[in-house]
Design a protein around this ligand. Structure first.
Ligand code: HAM
Length: 420
């Protein structure tokens, strides 16, 4: 049997890398004063229809939706923002005096997409959401967090692209301009775009199939339709980014694939040579109105998410090795029946004292046990032979220096703890 298409097993050797990245991102979140939230992996389908939006590819084509035994329509979450907003409303987090509510999350997301490198059907996101502030400084904060989520690992070939989708009035003016622009060539667009032109013409700008249509290049830019207030907001966000020394490119065609966005939208791409075909590493933006859409009070919000799969691809493309120490602290080599009997208890004691220890369970001869210790890159090899045992001692060999000492068994834990 094989794992389903678009999913993967993470085996030892890889899980350590994931854990290292998760820990670093958790620390980064803490420094930015975001707290962890964990929401269910499945939700009522309606949450994503209303939150992510009916006209998006995610809702129309990519959701894992099923009817449960209680006849409810359930969906494996395709993203985290809708769930966080739902939870914010359900638990009345808006009532806390500490606003904005700043949250981060890790977890698997599910989208029925055509799998390729960097695009999985189950993928693992890290994301943050800041709810309850419409201060442009928090847009810059989230963007800084997003870019530094790569920089902390030493990644440098990054490109930050930003745009403003404006407020509702800006959007409506732009929408009409898009319809006027594309309507004369409607028949030349793909069937999806023909429908999009009526439902959500902004989506046309994001179409992969019609990307090269000549009318794409001349499409009206949202930036020409921003209300004064929206334009000013965008200027302020850019001002904060300039102050922080974060460079960016403005791309008026950056529209994002989810419906809840307004004002600031951004994506981070890798421009490392040898990176795969999909270069977007992460994306996010402002979603004032989402909380209200889900039955909560009017609450502005902004966030972003990245996937571990693409972060790992970026590390590989830039040839970055994570500093992961896979060496074992101690390996106990036992010689003779009596030593074998005692070995398990000594190993057990060391482990409980916090010393990473292992021993042989395959009936290996003395030499083969040493070889195993070598393969596991043990820092110390402990040798328990008949002589040592008779004197209640054990030989401790430092594998790096080659030095060997004989230690009283009842001193072993103290000795190891001071050495490691
Ligand atoms: P998104 O752009 O749909 O936004 O996804 C964010 C990131 O998740 C992408 O940039 C990409 O790195 C990763 N991703 C998406 N689909 C896949 C896939 N099939 N395989 C591997 N990685 C993938 C959101 O999900 C929003 N919730 C982000 C957000 C948070 N906006 C505001 N707050």
């Amino acid at each position: 049997m094989k794992a389903p298409r678009g999913t993967q097993d993470l085996l030892p050797g890889v899980t350590e890398k994931w854990k290292y990245i998760e820990n670093a991102l958790q620390e980064l979140s803490r420094n930015f004063h975001y707290k962890e939230i964990r929401t269910p992996i499945f939700e009522h389908t309606e949450l994503f229809q209303r939150g992510v939006g009916d006209t998006t590819d995610i809702v129309q084509k990519e959701m894992y939706t099923f009817t449960d035994k209680g006849n409810r329509s359930i969906t494996l979450r395709p993203e985290g923002t809708a769930s966080v907003a739902r939870s914010f409303v359900e638990h009345k987090l808006f009532g806390s005096p500490n606003q904005p509510t700043k949250l981060f999350y890790f977890g698997p997301m599910f989208r029925y997409e055509r799998p390729q490198q960097g695009r999985m059907r189950q993928f693992f996101q890290y994301g943050v959401e800041a709810l309850g502030s419409a201060d442009p400084a928090i847009d810059a904060e989230v963007i800084s967090l997003a870019i530094n989520a790569y920089r902390v690992f030493g990644l440098r070939s990054l490109k930050l692209v930003i745009n403003s989708l404006g407020d509702q009035e800006s959007r409506e003016n732009h929408r009409q301009a898009l319809i006027d622009h594309f309507l004369p060539v409607k028949d030349e667009l793909c069937s999806d775009c023909q429908a999009r032109l009526e439902q959500n013409p902004l989506r046309v700008l994001d179409c992969k199939k019609d990307r090269d249509h000549p009318k794409m290049k001349t499409a009206p830019s949202i930036l020409d339709y921003l209300t004064e207030e929206s334009a000013q907001y965008f200027e302020q966000v850019k001002g904060y980014l300039d102050e922080m020394g974060i460079s960016y490119q403005v791309d008026p065609n950056l529209v994002r694939g989810l419906d809840y966005y307004n004002h600031t939208a951004f994506e981070i791409m890798s421009d490392a040579e040898g990176f795969g075909a999909i270069t977007t590493l992460s994306g996010g933006g402002r979603y004032n109105g989402l909380v209200q859409e889900l039955g909560g009070p009017e609450t502005p919000g902004i966030g972003f998410a990245l996937s571990m799969e693409r972060l790992l691809m970026a590390l590989e493309a830039e040839g970055i090795e994570l500093p992961i120490d896979e060496r074992l602290d101690c390996y106990l080599v036992a010689l003779g029946e009596e030593a074998n009997r005692k070995a398990a208890a000594i190993v057990n004691q060391l482990r409980l004292a916090g010393v990473q220890t292992d021993q042989d369970y395959q009936g290996k001869k003395f030499k083969a046990q040493f070889k195993a210790a070598d393969r596991l890159q043990a820092k110390y090899v402990l040798v328990l032979g008949e002589d040592e045992l008779a004197n209640q001692q054990i030989a401790v060999k430092n594998m790096e220096s080659g030095q060997q000492e004989t230690i009283a068994l009842d001193q072993l834990i103290e000795y190891m703890k001071t050495r490691l």
